[in-house]
Design a protein around this ligand. Structure first.
Ligand code: MTE
Ligand code: MO
Length: 388
């Protein structure tokens, strides 16, 4: 799009920002963003309510959308989820094992993993529960994750005939109950062999240039670009190849989406395990500079072709996509200059469109209305702002 290309020059920051980059001598503008020096952020009116105590223990930190001022989310602003707490692992006692239906079981220390080929990916991770509750709107962030590809290690271990599933276990454990039986189980998630050997999967030990923080899975986590957060097993301790489907809590009981369908005149629910990301977007912030307003947001969850923004009940307006920083699995930052808004309260809605022409569903779309559980809530988001 031509409009986008014109805007691109502005996004690159003009001469002042470029001079700044030269002075800092960074190889790429890692923190570029469509911001204007001296602009003011106008906080949203519809702030999320404080979450219940039990929820805050599992999700102690969320992204504050107004604070999104860079493509990458700094580690200290990155949301965190721990279903069984946030264990502190002593790396001297820690190894990663690859076991089960493999010809050659492996045991690796962190040093051995770090000596293997190094790859990075910029990936936007979103919790599948994000936007499922009014108090959960910041379960998302983008980081540069560094690690070693998983596929060559699985290749080295050699999956034996009959192996159908790869299970990733964390070092964190919790008490689980099925019917009246209580057991202790590790956090676990699985993938088919085809998904687990995808070349994009990383065994990750570095986040945004720092050693992987404890909260985010030190010393090692799986990074599964294109999947919801739940697939990215933290404090990774064991990888096991099995000859049956794995049905741990986070595959088979929790993180299960219930969607109703009309089947032969009957409403019947389909139960699916949360997996790959769905197309989504959200307005992040409204800024004002010299009396001129700008709406900035993000779009993610699929190959983004364009983003459209609607103010109140007005027409869908094309937003400009920031092309200065892009990666396949990272959110795209978009912006729309909002000229001459009338004083008062306004609703701002965004929708992403992917390269196949699919449109992020509206709140009243059947895919949203017929979904009974809160997982995978990728409907369009409307935020409210008051122009003074
Ligand atoms: N071992 C382990 N890994 C885990 C979890 C967990 O509770 N234990 N939570 C998952 C969920 S639900 C999400 S959304 C992401 C969040 O990653 P973050 O805390 O680094 O943001 O981690 C995933 N990996
Ligand atoms: Mo999650």
């Amino acid at each position: 799009m031509e409009a986008n290309d014109v805007r691109r020059r502005e996004f690159l920051g003009g001469t002042a920002a470029l001079a700044g980059l030269t002075l800092l001598n960074v190889p790429f503008p890692a923190w570029s963003f469509p911001s204007r020096p001296g602009e003011a952020v106008i906080p949203w009116m519809d702030q999320p309510p404080p979450p219940p105590e039990r929820f805050s223990q599992v999700v102690p930190k969320q992204l504050r959308w107004e604070e999104v001022d860079a493509w990458l989310t700094p580690n200290d602003r990155f949301f965190a989820v721990g279903h069984y707490g946030f264990p502190a692992i002593d790396v001297r006692d820690w190894t990663l094992t690859v076991t089960g239906l493999v010809r050659q079981p492996l045991t690796l220390t962190r040093d051995q993993l770090m000596a293997l080929p190094r790859r990075d990916v910029v990936y936007t991770m979103e919790c599948a529960g994000n936007r499922g509750f009014p108090f959960f709107t910041g379960g998302i962030g983008t980081a540069r994750w560094v690690g070693t590809p998983l596929a060559p290690l699985l290749e080295q271990a050699g999956i034996r005939e009959g192996g159908v599933e790869v299970v990733f276990y964390g070092a964190d454990t919790g008490e689980e109950q099925v019917r009246d039986i209580k057991v202790r189980a590790p956090f676990g998630r699985s993938m088919s062999i085809a998904d687990a050997t995808n070349p994009n999967l990383l065994l990750c030990y570095e986040m945004n240039g720092a050693p992987l923080p404890q909260t985010h899975g030190f010393p090692l986590r799986l990074i599964a670009p294109g999947w919801y957060g739940i697939a990215n097993v933290k404090w990774l301790a064991r990888i096991e190849v099995r000859d049956t489907r794995y049905e741990g809590r986070f595959m088979g009981r929790d993180y299960v989406t219930l969607r109703e369908e009309q089947i032969g005149g009957q409403k019947l629910a389909v139960e699916t395990s949360v997996g790959r990301t769905l197309l989504a977007s959200a307005p992040a912030r409204v800024t004002r500079h010299d009396g001129r307003y700008r709406i900035v947001g993000a779009a993610w969850g699929g190959p983004i072709a364009r983003v459209e923004v609607r103010i109140d009940d007005g027409p869908w307006l094309p937003a400009a996509i920031d092309r200065s920083e892009e990666a396949e699995f990272a959110w795209k930052i978009w912006a729309l200059d909002w000229d001459g808004p009338l004083p008062g309260e306004h609703g701002i809605t965004s929708r992403a469109v992917d390269t196949a022409g699919r449109i992020q569903p509206a709140m009243n779309d059947p895919s949203i209305v017929n979904k009974r559980t809160y997982w995978e809530s990728n409907a369009q988001v409307t935020r409210r702002v008051r122009i003074g």
